[in-house]
Design a protein around this ligand. Structure first.
Ligand code: CMC
Length: 452
């Protein structure tokens, strides 16, 4: 019997029966609902929660968010403090190991990462096979998945040392894969890693080095990008992290699970939003066009990209840090001409009851796109930059899930809303076509995309 003050009493009005469900850590166990039945044949009650609005899928000790108060902490450390004092690789260590490293641990970790930045030459050749205008996120999804074929030892997920090796490999190689995707699209020769540089400095070198012997990254840009990687490093049970855990729950190698996470991140409602913010600001073009655009967003005809968040109901703490990064970066690069339009959009939206009443505030992606653009990254690369930053978070969450004895293969239930039994109808006895067949015809009649 649960402590009455830590329980929920439920009366099933269909039967008049009363049940007491324990409350632990602010939650009831959905499986407790299975005890609530009409009769012995009834499998018991389910909870229905599309989009997981009120469902905790795991217990986690990695990232804490308080969406009402705008708090984000990695392993207890506030994001603002990490962004000010730490580095991306130190934060990656914190996420995957649970503690901040001492100086020896950090030196060893950085050294390990640097020794795994190269990718097999066949990965390079694989990237050559993509069309010149292939989206770099498509290339990243594919190359992360392809890594699984190069490291068959990664299947041994019960071996802690092998798990750690894959964590190092993936943290190191995601930046290399990202740069390969960019250089391929530009038709530039690939640049091999430069171990004299920091993680982020090396990434900038692999992206932008041309004929010079060595690229010396501009310190303000190197630091700015490093901070943005930290801001993106984890964000508890978001869509891509849930994909990582979900796929990981059937126990494949982590590369296969990470490919699913990158794919989930690609969508415009998640990591693809930074790209969409830039496209939106470019479309709005001038501050005087903002009011008309906002009016259309209120009609439900389009969304203001970079606004709103499932968890943050006041401000996104990452947004504040990103604004500071923008100031630092723009001092070197000059102000992004879209900034004026963005500030006007923010001002108009934040004085409009539609956005205030729905608690829609600028999120991190509202600012990052303008910074990335000022740094010289093409718009297509924005979600790829998010993916590089998020990789340590995905890996930490993947391992936490594997080691959690309560976790099982993820297998949600459904509410059946389809037909009852129907018997097979022979061809010639079927009704003239329905919508689906019509849709298929339309698809096959669509002209091929030019150049394909
Ligand atoms: N512009 C206009 N209206 C919006 C927006 C927006 N950006 N976001 C939500 N709404 C409205 C929505 O139409 C709905 O209105 P109503 O109650 O009248 O139907 C209400 O606000 C609630 O929206 P929802 O879709 O139920 O909210 P959600 O929690 O499911 O969605 C979200 C969260 C982030 C997907 C959504 O706010 C959105 O699409 N934002 C734009 C995309 C974006 O910036 N994504 C990046 C998120 S931060 C980076 C990351 O961590 O992924």
């Amino acid at each position: 019997m649960a402590d009455a003050s830590e329980s929920l009493t439920v009366t099933d009005n269909r039967t008049g029966q009363t049940y007491e469900l324990p409350i632990e850590e602010g939650a009831i166990r959905a499986s407790a609902l299975r005890l609530i039945k009409l009769n012995d044949e009834d499998p018991g009650l389910l909870s229905y929660d599309p989009g997981y609005i009120a469902t905790a899928s795991c217990r986690s000790a990695i990232t804490f968010i308080d969406g009402e108060r705008g708090i984000l902490r990695y392993r207890g450390y506030p994001i603002e403090e990490l962004a000010e004092h730490s580095s991306f690789l130190e934060v990656a260590y914190l996420l995957v190991s649970g503690e901040l490293p001492n100086d020896q641990e950090l030196a060893l970790w950085v050294d390990e990462i640097k020794h795994h930045t190269l990718v097999h030459e066949n990965i390079r050749k694989f990237v050559d096979g993509f069309h010149h205008d292939a989206h770099p996120m498509g290339i990243l999804i594919s190359t992360v998945a392809a890594l699984s074929t190069f490291y068959p030892d990664a299947k041994d997920i019960d071996d802690a040392a092998k798990r750690r090796l894959q964590i190092v490999r993936m943290t190191a190689k995601s930046a290399t894969l990202a740069a390969l995707a960019f250089r391929h699209a530009m038709g530039f020769p690939y640049v091999y890693p430069d171990n004299d540089l920091s993680y982020t400095g090396n990434f900038l070198s692999m992206m932008f080095k041309m004929a010079e012997l060595k690229l010396k990254p501009e310190p303000a840009l190197e630091r700015g990008l490093d901070v943005l990687f930290m801001l993106h490093a984890d964000h508890e049970q978001n869509c891509s992290t849930s994909a990582m855990r979900q796929v990981g729950s059937s126990r494949p190698d982590p590369y296969s699970a990470a490919a699913a996470a990158v794919a989930a991140l690609y969508g415009p409602l998640h990591g693809g939003a930074n790209e969409q913010v830039l496209r939106m600001l470019t479309e709005i073009a001038r501050p005087e066009n903002v009011a008309g655009y906002v009016a259309r967003a209120k009609d439900g005809k389009r969304r203001l990209m970079g606004f709103g968040h499932r968890v943050y109901r006041s401000y996104d703490p990452r947004g504040r840090v990103a604004r500071q990064v923008a100031d630092d970066v723009f001092k070197v690069t000059g102000i992004n001409p879209l900034l004026e339009t963005a500030l006007e959009l923010e001002r108009v939206a934040l004085s409009d009851d539609y956005f205030l009443s729905r608690q829609l505030y600028p999120n991190v992606d509202f600012y990052t796109g303008m910074i990335y653009q000022a740094m010289g990254f093409p718009v297509d690369m924005f979600p790829v930059l998010f993916a590089i930053g998020r990789m340590p978070g995905w890996l930490a969450q993947w391992e936490e899930n594997l080691l959690d004895e309560e976790q099982k293969i993820n297998r949600p239930r459904q509410l059946w809303v389809g037909h009852g039994i129907r018997h097979y109808v022979p061809m010639g006895h079927r009704a003239p076509y329905a919508g689906t067949r019509l849709a298929l015809q339309a698809a096959s009649a669509a002209p091929p995309r030019p150049g394909r």
